[in-house]
Design a protein around this ligand. Structure first.
Ligand code: SF4
Length: 233
């Protein structure tokens, strides 16, 4: 498994205290990405499945407050074979596993058997805009969202809010999400930040990406009006 970064955080990438692995490589090219150093699949270094599993098992006493292990990226699902092996072993060891994904894996449903908590990004409701900003069509993201809604499976949808990209028309986002059964879905807005800006080796493309409080309030209001549950308001 190729990993470019790992470490603990609390309640940022799933519940409780978590050991978070950033897997190398991403199929999207979001110009606001805060981990551009991990976009290429050769970034970082290789770890064997056994190394990862042993590290996770020995860290078990630190998984307090419902914590565990999170796989993110880059896009963690791109390393499907290794991820499968690790997930199975962590399940055997009764370790809570979360995954943070951009939602583009057609085989996400196959991985889900071994995953306790899914965080899925949703960057734009509009297909053309999604393709323009990320380089990838949104079809599979929508398929995964809709499938999980239809099955009543829990999911945590994260929407980055970026001025000039997607931070307008909250009713269009809400209209799409609310078409499906969201009783086990929670939503979270991630207002634009520039924590990763200095890591870009090519000129940074986002200008004036910050969103103001009024915009965030409006998104919160429209989502609440559509009975969409927010984890942070
Ligand atoms: S999907 Fe995530 S990791 Fe991939 S480029 Fe976009 S922000 Fe970066």
């Amino acid at each position: 498994m190729r990993i470019f970064s790992k470490g603990f955080n609390f309640s940022q990438d799933g519940p409780g205290n978590r050991l978070v692995y950033h897997l190398s490589g991403c199929n999207m090219r979001c110009p606001w990405c805060s981990n551009p150093e991990g976009m290429e699949k050769q970034a970082g270094k290789d770890y064997s499945v056994q190394q990862i599993v042993e590290e996770c098992v020995s860290a078990k006493p630190l998984f307090f407050s419902g914590g565990g292990v999170t796989f993110t990226g880059g896009e963690a699902t791109l390393q499907k074979t290794e991820l499968f092996e690790v997930l199975k072993e962590l399940k055997n060891n009764d370790i809570h596993v979360a995954i943070e994904t951009n939602g583009t894996a057609k085989y996400l449903s196959e991985l889900e058997e071994y995953i306790d908590y899914i965080i899925m990004d949703f960057k734009h409701y509009d297909d053309k805009e999604h393709l323009k900003w990320t380089g990838v069509p949104i079809d599979t993201v929508k398929e995964n969202y809709e499938r999980r809604c239809n099955l009543g499976r829990a999911q945590h949808i994260r929407i980055p809010l970026i001025n000039g990209v997607n931070a307008k028309n909250p009713e269009k986002f809400a209209e799409y999400f609310a078409k499906f059964d969201t009783k086990n879905t929670v939503f979270e807005f991630l207002p634009y930040h520039e924590y990763g800006k200095d890591k870009w080796k090519t000129p940074y493309q986002i200008k004036n990406g910050f969103v103001d409080k009024k915009t965030i309030d409006e998104f919160n209001k429209i989502f609440k009006e559509n009975n969409l549950v927010l984890v942070k308001t």
